[in-house]
Design a protein. Sequence first.
Length: 322
Amino acid sequence: MWSAESIAWSFQLTPLFAAAGKGFSFWTLLSVTLAASAPLLLAALGGLFSERSGIINIGLEGMMLTGAFAAGWVGFMYPHWGQGSPWVGFLAAGLAGAALAVIHAAVCIVLRTDQIISGVALNILALQGTTFLSMVIFGGKGGTGLLQHTLPKWSLGPLQISPLLPVTVVLLVTTWWVVFRTPFGLRLRACGEYPAAVQSAGVSVAKTQAIAVIVSGALAGLGGAILVNEAGNFGKNMTAGRGYIALAALIFGGWKPIPVMLASLLFGFAYALNFQLQTMPNIPIPSEWINMLPYVLTILALCGLVGRSRAPASLGQTHPTH
């Protein structure tokens, strides 16, 4: 029988996931749902910026992983910064994700290459690159080990939340305001729907899309930093497909911030239920089947959307950069 501690370690998450002990706990389930949803939501909001501008961003997974590596590197190299280290790592993760997004923007917007191929290539680059750098910098099998400093949980009664959760909520509200209440957001959405009209109005489609893609990478990178803070360490391929699930949340939410948040909570709940089931002693289900739960839910959710979800009209199309 798996112990709660071994489950938490194997999934590279905090001891919060082990707190349920050997029975069902509603408050632990809710705490874990919020913790698991936050990185998905940030990556999905990043995808919203990119895809609302017309650029497909399959590379969210790689940008999350790159951000997680940057956060882990800061925590590993600068433990003497104390509680400032996780916050610096959070910012470094955003910059790392944005740096990878610059490549995606250059390849897709300037070179007008296939956007899906570019995203897949970036995911492979991020996976292999962070694996190599982890083994060189961290030694051993390429993990940081337990970091000396992570952000402590806040207790709201029986509920335990990370200080990064309010930051995520602020970024959610900011995304909604920027995309739907600012002139830049209007141009952004127009680029994804009818870029020729934007170009005829004297607005640079390429510039608008480039900004959107870079913001996309920064938000995905911040999502990776939350994973590191929740896990207390960086490990190879620790995103484990969460970037793709964030993309599914984006589609499931119809490219709108609030529905995307609800979709992220749904998928976060699947992760939380997964861990709760594995901490309960009399569940006669192999752990491998339980581990599949978030991914099966993702497939079922997307199957239910076939023919119903409307993407931006010009999503994935290339346009002249002049």
